[in-house]
Design a binder for this molecule. Structure first.
Ligand code: GDP
Length: 362
């Protein structure tokens, strides 16, 4: 089985990277998510985009469709199977997270309102990303608010900009320069994505509009390119489990449940799991693994699909006993046949101090 895991762990067999979105309030984080998620009703669930617990999964087919307009030369490579985007922008558990090698966020989108430039929470987010060494891109959102902007829905940014009046192009240049300078003052070198010659050294600005959809193809292309180039190693399948508690919720008929993001590995019904609790470690057995019904079946009375087994990366709801005091941001471990439950309990609880220091400083 180890050989099998080794064979599977290659750069040709990558798991889906996990993407979070953060930034100052009102910059358009929610709106951007809505816009990328937007499914074409006539095509059913466009390219198989699925709503998950706390996340949305974009299989590569959907991303291929959505990036076609900026991939006319067909040179873009699609090696990762898809992209898992965490739905709750600026979610507390992201800020709560232990800093030690968490995979809840492989890549981030930092959203900045192009009309406002840097704002207090932009700087907070910047520091957070830097502390975690999380690669990120900056969406310069709301370009449609540049005076006299003529939208071309869902277009690539460069083409849209080229078709604007000189005065619009100048305003854009002006605002870009100001924001670039402000980033520099905060110790960060950034460049417009198509002028960025060194993605390792410079962060890319990608201008977007969550209203017109312009620049969103560029943003998706950049996310995919960046994860494939910079993170192939991290995205190989591991036999090891990586799982994080996102939220603790009481659900009618299920009792207290936890929403988790499974970043790597496999979870099975019946697994013995261990996580941090307010009154000490929690050890319990998975009673049910649940994901939402596919969109088209939303009318069905039962809200969830049950799974015997789920594989990374995805968002899933876990029903089990004794979850009342589980802590968002905690790691979740599975007790394997050769593991000592108490050792694992000690291991997760060693994160606790960090969890709380993060809570109190955020
Ligand atoms: P969040 O707090 O970052 O999640 O921001 P929201 O997504 O809730 O957006 C805040 C406000 O900005 C809402 O009124 C949105 O309609 C508006 N907004 C978001 N994106 C854009 C955009 O690209 N263009 C324009 N004109 N307005 C936007």
């Amino acid at each position: 089985q180890i050989d099998e895991a080794k064979a599977a762990a290659s750069v040709d067999n990558l798991r889906s990277p996990i993407c979070c979105i953060l930034g100052h309030v009102d910059t358009g984080k929610t709106k951007l998510l809505d816009k990328i998620r937007q499914t074409n009703v006539q095509e059913g669930e466009a390219g198989g985009i699925t709503q998950q617990i706390g996340a949305t999964y974009f299989p590569m087919d959907a991303i291929r469709q959505k990036t076609a307009v900026v991939n006319k030369d067909g040179k873009m490579e699609y090696k990762v199977p898809g992209l898992l985007v965490i739905d709750t922008p600026g979610h507390e558990s992201f800020t709560n997270l232990r800093s030690r090698g968490s995979s809840l966020c492989n890549i981030a989108i930092l959203v900045v309102d192009i009309m406002h430039g840097l704002e207090p929470q932009t700087i907070e987010s910047l520091n957070l990303l830097r502390d975690r060494k999380t690669p990120f891109i900056v969406a310069l959102n709301k370009i449609d608010r540049l005076y006299d902007w003529k939208p071309i829905p869902n277009n690539g940014f460069q083409d849209s900009l080229a078709k604007q009046k000189k005065s619009v192009q100048n305003e854009f240049k002006d605002r870009l320069e100001k924001t670039t300078l402000a980033f520099q003052e905060n110790g960060l070198n950034a460049a417009l994505f198509y002028e960025n010659k060194n993605m390792g050294k410079y962060v890319s600005f990608v201008p977007t509009s969550a209203h017109t959809g312009e620049g969103i193809p560029d943003m998706l292309k950049l996310l995919v390119t960046l994860t494939q180039q910079r993170m192939a190693e991290k995205l190989m399948y591991l036999s090891e489990l990586e799982c994080t508690v996102l939220e603790v919720k009481v659900i009618e008929g299920l009792g207290t449940t936890i929403d988790v993001i499974l970043s790597n590995g496999v979870l099975r019904e019946g697994d013995r799991i261990v996580m941090c609790g307010l009154n000490g470690p929690i050890s319990t057995n998975i009673r049910a693994l649940l994901t939402p019904q596919p969109l088209k079946e939303l009318r069905i009375k039962s809200h969830y699909v049950h799974h015997k087994e789920v594989k990374a990366a995805l968002g899933v709801k876990i029903a089990a006993n004794d979850l009342e005091h589980a802590i968002a941001g905690s790691r979740l471990l599975v007790v394997g046949p050769d593991d000592n439950e108490e050792d694992l309990e000690m291991e997760v609880m060693s994160d606790l101090e960090q969890l709380f220091s993060k809570v109190s400083t955020s």
